[in-house]
Ligand binder design. Structure first.
Ligand code: AMP
Length: 217
């Protein structure tokens, strides 16, 4: 199953992606995670991406397309993949289509998690992430047992710089300007699978799995 997970920042893409990737045994490919890893390891890619990410802007298409194309040539993606956070612009989506076509592959579905913008700001500003294992918490809805410490690995919980209020507003504005047009793009190609993301994580997840199974028949 070759999947794309679409939705505004804070829609719960990362959380759903982890589960879907386990369920269908396909690698979870998050461009945001790839950039954060590159920044942590102080690579050239990290240095290029950092200034855009800190401002809530998109990393230029040619950089992102390059790293995704490279990732999709790795053998673990042969049986399927789940893209999370890519594509984010129409040119990225076109590049993905072209790359897949050249390799005799195509997308199975594009899951679009829909959430009202006001809910997104509240979700993102309270989000805390483990600096060691990446587990995600929320100060109001999913606090860790001990404040500031990860329940799973006892790593330090951090407030991502791009989850600060001013950057969140910019990320949402960037989403509406550049990523929302993708919904129409994929609707036209018949791949779009809209899901209401304002419900409990489990409910959203069950619906996604049910719809994907129907589609894969
Ligand atoms: P995410 O974790 O998916 O919210 O991504 C965090 C940040 O990484 C974004 O705000 C962008 O700066 C950058 N980024 C991730 N994926 C992409 C992409 N497909 N195109 C451009 N920038 C991206």
């Amino acid at each position: 199953m070759n999947l794309v997970l679409l939705g505004p920042p804070g829609a719960g893409k990362g959380t759903q992606a982890e589960r879907i990737s386990k369920e269908f045994q396909i690698p979870h490919i998050s461009t945001g995670d790839m950039f954060r890893e590159a920044i942590k390891n102080r690579t050239a890619l990290g240095a290029q991406a950092e200034k855009y990410m800190a401002a809530g802007e998109l990393v230029p298409d040619e950089i992102v397309i390059g790293i995704v194309a490279e990732r999709l040539t790795q053998p673990d993606t042969a049986g399927g993949f789940l893209l999370d956070g890519f594509p984010r612009t129409v040119p990225q989506a076109q590049a993905l289509d072209k790359f897949l076509e050249e390799n005799g592959r195509s997308l199975t579905a594009v899951v679009n998690i829909e959430v009202d913008p006001e809910i997104l700001v509240a979700r993102l500003s309270g989000r805390r992430v483990c600096a060691t294992c990446g587990a995600v918490y929320h100060v109001a809805t999913k606090p860790s047992k001990e404040p500031g410490i990860c329940d799973l690995c006892r790593g330090e919980l951090i407030h991502r710089t791009d989850d600060q209020e001013a950057t969140i507003k910019n990320r949402l504005a960037v989403y509406h300007a550049q990523t929302a047009p993708l919904v129409q793009y994929y609707r036209e190609s018949g791949l779009l699978l809209p899901v209401n993301g304002e419900r409990a994580i489990d409910e959203v997840y069950q619906e996604i799995v049910r719809e994907l199974r129907n589609r894969d028949r």
